[in-house]
Design a protein. Sequence first.
Length: 271
Amino acid sequence: MTDPLHTDLLELAREAARRAGELLRDGRPADLAVAATKSSPIDVVTEMDIAAEKLITGLISDRRPDDGFLGEEGASSEGSSGVRWVIDPLDGTVNYLYGLPTWAVSIAAEQDGETVVGVVEIPMRGETHHAVRGGGAWATGAWTGERALTCRPAAPLDQALVSTGFNYVTEVRAHQADVAQRLIPLLRDIRRSGSAAVDLCDVAAGRLDGYYERGLHPWDLAAGDLIAREAGALTGGRPGERPSRDLAIAATPGVFEPLQRLLEDLGAWHD
């Protein structure tokens, strides 16, 4: 039976994610990617990012003034309720800058340090993915009603479609490219969407067999990790560890362990 508090947190997260998604979608200038100066597009994206985070934190604070926050754009407070919100107001900023549809609003609620609610809003897909700990993962979209999410059946690693991402630090990117080059012949193929939150939801929805990335922050992972786990996927980092900046992995049960071992052997977690 779902905790009534978690139900309330979910509804608040869904409202905040929807409103932030609408702000970002409807407020994006049509000519953003071809603005006249190099600084102008980045400045606009930063302004939109900050505005979305302020919308989210403002809405939540009005309803739950004692909660804490951890946000990509600087929101940081401890709170006194035992609940902390972990927020990425715009995951996939480069996609957003270029007008690509793969970007998302990610909101998670932690209770006493454990993620209990996750919502990922993907406005350009018209999809909302959400989960409550112990209650499964669900999505709304172009289909009718809510759909239960279930990760794909187990596949051999050499038939797995796996997504990844790349850091913006040159040396780290070079190492990640080397790992990916050695990994590709051992998989069905690799994808790169540009949004960790979307990739995690795609694992949950059965659109990917796995996902891995190095260098993620808590706000990149919190909501999507819960959604993937509630859909039956396994998540973790290096063997025996939780997802972290060193390495984050989400995959179907049949793909997770061999992918994790392979990434460990390839040194995916360090330069």
